[in-house]
Design a protein around this ligand. Sequence first.
Ligand code: SAM
Length: 288
Amino acid sequence: MSDNLPPLREVVALHGLNAKKSLGQNFLFDLNLTGKIARAAGPLEEAIVLEIGPGPGGLTRALLAQGAKKVIAVERDERCLAALEEIASAYPGRLEIFPGDALALDYPAFVAARADGGPIRICANLPYNIGTQLLTTWLTLDPWPPFYDRLVLMFQREVAQRIVATPRERADYGRLGVLANWRCATRILFDVPPSAFTPPPKITSSVVELRPRPAPIACEVKALETLTLAAFGQRRKMLRQALKSLPGTSDPAPLLQEAGIEPTRRAEEIDIEGFCALARAFSRKGAY
Ligand code: SAM
């Protein structure tokens, strides 16, 4: 890399950045891999990249080296800030560091205050303990399409499989798959073995791409969330039983009939169109 920054292992030793499990810290030091993730988020020349959890800055450096116009990095661990400041100095005016909790951000407002035109992308090796919560936040923004044009994110492979799942992959198909594929085109780009991380986690990871659909099937996000919570909350039960847990719905039969869904079906058999039809019927009832 041409940034003259010291190798990441040196940075970590110098700043005493021993990985903390409580912060989901599994660091990437392999430049080939961080470069591959950054390229997956490209082209970056016009883009502002929001990175959650830069840690010592391996992926941050790759995004900047790949030519990102600007990287906005949100990091909760104050021990990492000095290392990130060194990267900011090597790339003047192109790295903004925000100490704080990524779960606490109002994303549209945060980005609107910092963006100066050009596409906005989110690229991150997410802390595993908050990955699905962050993704759900980004998927449930209103209005849609959202402020970002693409998400390129690392998850545990098992979560990645749930994100891309359709009713064909029954065991993995659930709330996350419905929400993600309703609003985005999703795919797993590549797997990353435990040995690529320091310290190595127990499981394989995967990088997932989500591209917002310009016009997802019509339905209200809140209704869809409530509905999938009830339906998959008792995924082995028939919907005529499982949907009784919906607010104000002692008898789900009329709802199912309105959506054209057999009451004996189970959640894992219903595709996104079916869930959206149910959500529209549920919205009309106005019970949530
Ligand atoms: N990007 C680095 C890499 O690839 O080597 C580190 C990735 S590590 C899996 C996750 C990072 O997220 C850590 O640096 C951790 O401190 C940070 N983090 C954990 N919880 C966070 C939160 N709530 N808000 C912001 N950053 C957080």
